[in-house]
Design a binder for this molecule. Sequence first.
Ligand code: HEM
Ligand SMILES: *[C@@H]1O[C@H](CO)[C@@H](O)[C@H](O)[C@H]1NC(C)=O
Ligand SMILES: *[C@@H]1O[C@H](CO)[C@@H](O)[C@H](O)[C@H]1NC(C)=O
Ligand SMILES: *[C@@H]1O[C@H](CO)[C@@H](O)[C@H](O)[C@H]1NC(C)=O
Ligand SMILES: CC(=O)N[C@H]1CO[C@H](CO)[C@@H](O)[C@@H]1O
Length: 487
Amino acid sequence: MAGAVLITAMAVVLLLFWYFTTSTYSDGEPRPIPHRVPILGHAMSFARDRRTLVAQSIVQSKNEPFTLLIAGTKHYVFNKSAEFTEVFKNSKTLDSVGFLRLVMRNLFGINATDAEAFVAGSVKPILHDVNSMYLLRNENNAVTAVAYFDEVRQAVERFDKTLAQSDTKRITKDVLLIIAHFQSEPTTNAYFGKLVLDVDPKILDALNVVNKYGFWSLLFGVPRFLAPKPYRARDRIVHALRILVDAINARDGVASPYIESRVRQLLAHGLCRDTVAKDVLSVFSGVHSNSMPTAYCTLVELMEHSELIPVFRSELQEAGYMVTLPEDQVSIFPDKVPRMRSFLHEVLRTHNNGTAFREVLKDTTLLAAGRTWQLKKGAVVDLPNSLLCATETIHPEPNKFVANRFLDKSLGGWGENFTKTVKPFGGGVSFCPGRVFAEKQILAFLAALIEHYDLEVVTTPYKTPRNSDVDEVLWSPAIEIEIRKRT
Ligand code: HEM
Ligand SMILES: *[C@@H]1O[C@H](CO)[C@@H](O)[C@H](O)[C@H]1NC(C)=O
Ligand SMILES: *[C@@H]1O[C@H](CO)[C@@H](O)[C@H](O)[C@H]1NC(C)=O
Ligand SMILES: *[C@@H]1O[C@H](CO)[C@@H](O)[C@H](O)[C@H]1NC(C)=O
Ligand SMILES: CC(=O)N[C@H]1CO[C@H](CO)[C@@H](O)[C@@H]1O
């Protein structure tokens, strides 16, 4: 009897709780997708497989924007290009400040006061200006690009020596290690100077540990004793970068003009060296954590479409790659290799797994694609780029890998424009400022490999990673490639 009363009482409490915590929706909001579990809503399926959940919801809502309740927060999901553009434009009230705060504090370990200055205070404009000035302005961007092309050349020379000394004149190497040697180490030297790899030759391995074991646990603030590995790896990187900050503070010519300027401005602004080292960590992660997995997918896709290797080689020959000095290669990458460039963007499109987030800071009226939406303060806007990449009306035959999709029609391609449509680099105020370098970085890496070497995958069978998220690539089974000098 007492048991029955208790159960009834509990049921009443639960129902009241549910009633008071169930979100209500006004007419102008995107329609909610019904869920069974109160408050948590779609949280479980969102965590398990976001792509499928969103795709099913789109079908259910007949291609209209919709709302998913996730752990008590409304997520408005849009997937039309015009809606993306409008959301990006409303950057005053639709902003990712909360997410960025989490990134600065938890992922990079910057203290609360300083993190606030980075995401919303006086440091924000400094970073915006230094990024625009050095990463986006052509003449400045070219300085680091040239340093990188020369580092790639040196990496080829070093590898040639090792190859010549080997008995069989062939070396089998894991794809991750190929990228470390021909792309990530050259990038590290070009941006941060030789000092960093001198101080810690294993610093890139430490970044892989952070990305493989720690990205989500660090981001969500899992305590150190539960995830000691990524915390230790992060400390190790910050330690090396702290030495770099000291060196930049003491003398000229230690790192690229971009990094030197960034570090000096932050120090002059009064930030302590520890915080500045952690800011350099954010750039260190920025130059590697998206480019490395993209290069990985690009190389593996090229192995699968090996008929393209001769096509790319003749494009490179026509561009004069082998007779062009590193300081003149900015004229080649990306403009003189349109076929390789189209291929890279098709890899980005087909392996894109990203969602851009914006928090609704104030009630906002959004006018997009001929409709008006009321977005309520406290909700989150989700822009799943990965779905845009798979939309038929934007990219005909979206499930087909078309190497020439982004090649001009006059050159026999499909003539799609990646800057208009594909959004692997995000958009709006957080549009990746590294995108100009990223293209040069990956194209020059690929060019050096195919021009100097014959490559053959020796792992059978092997599986191309489904997406170019860094953790996906680091967790996927190793692929080995045999490398021989091209004759
Ligand atoms: C294929 C390579 C790359 C991809 C796909 C990529 C993608 C992205 C995306 C999607 C964002 C925006 C995140 C958001 O909206 O919250 C971003 C931000 C950023 N990226 Fe990249 N990135 C790449 C390479 C690079 C490189 C090489 C650099 C540096 C040279 C770089 C530097 C940055 C920085 C500094 C930000 C932060 C911008 C800000 O919020 O102010 N990225 N990247
Ligand atoms: C939204 O995404 C789905 C992919 O799941 C696609 O079929 C649909 O056409 C997209 N709608 C628009 C308007 O982009
Ligand atoms: C955070 O670091 C700054 C130096 O960059 C220091 O002045 C400040 O006191 C620190 N704040 C906290 C809360 O530890
Ligand atoms: C592609 O689209 C972008 C942005 O809309 C535009 O600036 C650029 O000129 C276009 N390129 C071509 C080749 O149409
Ligand atoms: C947003 C998105 O598309 N996420 C997907 C990324 O890839 C993993 C597995 O490869 C999926 O489970 C996610 O849904």
